[in-house]
Structures are given as structure tokens and as C-alpha cells.
Design a protein. Structure first.
Length: 324
């Protein structure tokens, strides 16, 4: 176990980002909210992340029974794969999940099968392990507008499809921020610049990408005039309300370019490679405008997984669109 403080970052307002260790450093975050001695986890990482989450809790002087809620933003395995194993160590916690995702965390068989089709059995075992189901009696299904209280701290849930249909985001009035999962995209700290701060890009990961729904979800969140966004990939972004609006506009502009690229490509065996090249060109251009000076090869290597998954997500969306 590494120094427990090395992967726990206090963000203010009782919020702590925990680097789950998934894939690479500062790539995948879970959030631990502490309020008056009570706690909640938002997103969990994978089974391999659970020791870090429990160590983070201990480092803050909290016992496992101080956790009231475990809240995956959606059931993709980098966000919820460790939920079942974590719940085994938290006797007082309820699993708070989108109603369209609840069955997959109660019985993860279909979730594991879907991940295996996308990533392959060997990669699923290496990266995630075997997802453990959660007793249905401990599961709370959310709805749009639901308010849960963590020691008198309200957490409001918004149904936010677009990245996935089983996605909700959580508004925290105390910090005036949203915990956004993947709905508000990806923002890697290596791309921060002195001129503009954080940079952001969309994620259209398979299999339920819907650009119209995503635009609506992002617009709903921006209407709250949030001061910050807490992203699973990675951590808090937004210097103030105006900066969050800038990030939202950048996110949606790139999404429009991604969709236009996908619609313009012919449906033939060369489409995937062309999609990968085109997506890379879109993000490189926006990163250069952002002031990023990293070499192209380094940027593309860092984005390789995201470009692959986004290309797959766009292809599945195109196929579904043609069938409508």
C-alpha cells in the first residue's frame, strides 16, 4: 500500500478526490464527501481501487460505518466496477444508482458480458476483476430531482443521458458543483495551461452515445451556473462560474465536430481508421488553441484509449441512427 495521502487530494468543501489507480496516475477519480462525520463515495473505480477508498476513509479518521451512500454516476466499470466489493466493507451504506443501471449492479452478469465484448476477456480480468453483485435490499434507485441528505447536506440528482442512458449527475449546493461522471467529458491535468487552465473533450464511449441527449444534459447542468465540475477523468475543473461556461462551450463545440466527422465518413472498412485520424486532428487543433505545447505523438498516445472508444461509440450511434 503506498502512502495513503499520496492518492488523496482535498478539494475543499469536505470533498476529497481519490486517485483510484486505474489505467495510469491521475486518470480515474472517486470522490469522498465528508459532512459532520458522515460520508459518501461518488464513483468507486474498479475492484482494485477498493483498498485505496478504504484507506482514504481511514486517513480522515472515519470508520467504515460512517459511510451512508455509495453513488456510481453510471455503471461503466471504471466508475462502478468496485461498488459491490466496497459495499461489503461499509455496513451502513446504501448503493444509490440510476434505475436503468440498478439491475446490472445487483446481478452483474450482463455488465460483465458487455465489457468483455468491448474490451476482451483478458483485459476485463486484468483491469477490473470479477464484479460482485449488491443485495437489492441495499439499493436505492434514483429519479430526476431526487434529493438525498448527507448529514443535512443536500445532494440533488439529475437524469443526464447522452454518454449513457443509465447516467445521473449530482448537484452539491455546498460547493456549487456537479459530480459529472462522464456526462461533462474528460479533462486530463496534463493538458492544463497557464493561459486557459483546464481543457476538456467529450466521451462517446460505447454503447449508448446520443449527442442530442448529451447536449440537453450539459445545458441543464450549465443552467445551474456551477462554480466547478467534479469529473471522474479527472477531478475538479472550473476556476469559477464563467470558466465552467467556457468549458461547457468547448465540450459541445468538439462534440458537434465529432458528429459531423462521423456523418461525413463512408460506411466501409476504412471508416474506423479514418475516424481515429479525424478525432485526433479535432482534439489536437483544440489543444493547440488552448496553448498546449506537448508533442503531437505524446498527446495522441495519452488519448489513444479515448480515441478508440469514441470511434466505437460514434460508429454504434451511426448504426442505430440508420435503423431509426
Amino acid at each position: 500500500m503506498p502512502d495513503r495521502l499520496s492518492f488523496v487530494q482535498p478539494l475543499g468543501h469536505g470533498i476529497h478526490a481519490v486517485d483510484t489507480g486505474f489505467h495510469r496516475p491521475i486518470f480515474d477519480a472517486a470522490f469522498l464527501i465528508v459532512e459532520r462525520g458522515r460520508a459518501a463515495f461518488i464513483d468507486t473505480g474498479t475492484n482494485h481501487s477498493v483498498p485505496r477508498l478504504l484507506a482514504a476513509l481511514e486517513s480522515l479518521g472515519l470508520a467504515p460505518d460512517a459511510v451512508d451512500f455509495v453513488i456510481p454516476t453510471h455503471v461503466h466499470l471504471d466508475h462502478a466496477g468496485g461498488a459491490g466489493l466496497l459495499m461489503r466493507s461499509l455496513p451502513a451504506a446504501r448503493l444509490v444508482v440510476h434505475p436503468l443501471g440498478a439491475r446490472h449492479l445487483i446481478d452483474p452478469a450482463r455488465l460483465m458480458d458487455s465489457a468483455t465484448r468491448v474490451y476482451g476477456a483478458q483485459e476485463v480480468e486484468r483491469s477490473y476483476g470479477t464484479v460482485i453483485g449488491v443485495d437489492e435490499a441495499r439499493v436505492l434507485r434514483t429519479h430526476d430531482g431526487l434529493v438525498l441528505t448527507l448529514a443535512e447536506r443536500p445532494l440533488t440528482f439529475l437524469d443526464t443521458p447522452g454518454h449513457a442512458r443509465h447516467h445521473h449527475c449530482i448537484w452539491d449546493e455546498r460547493s456549487r458543483g456537479f459530480f459529472t461522471g462522464d456526462t461533462f467529458g474528460l479533462s486530463y491535468r496534463e493538458f492544463d495551461t497557464p493561459q486557459h487552465g483546464a481543457w476538456i473533450m467529450p466521451t462517446s464511449t460505447p454503447i449508448q452515445f446520443d449527442p442530442v441527449a448529451l447536449r440537453h444534459s450539459v445545458s441543464r447542468m450549465l443552467a445551474f451556473e456551477p462554480h466547478s465540475m467534479y469529473l471522474t477523468h479527472y477531478s475538479r475543473i472550473g476556476a469559477d462560474a464563467r470558466d465552467v461556461q467556457r468549458l461547457g462551450a468547448l465540450l459541445l463545440a468538439q462534440m458537434d465536430e465529432m458528429v459531423a466527422l462521423a456523418l461525413a465518413l463512408p460506411n466501409d472498412p476504412s471508416r474506423h481508421a479514418a475516424m481515429m485520424r479525424g478525432l485526433g486532428e479535432i482534439h489536437l487543433r483544440h489543444l493547440r488553441a488552448h496553448g498546449c505545447v506537448l508533442p503531437d505523438a505524446q498527446i495522441l498516445a495519452m488519448l489513444d484509449l479515448d480515441l478508440e472508444l469514441n470511434a466505437q461509440g460514434l460508429a454504434i450511434w451511426l448504426k442505430r441512427r440508420l435503423l431509426q
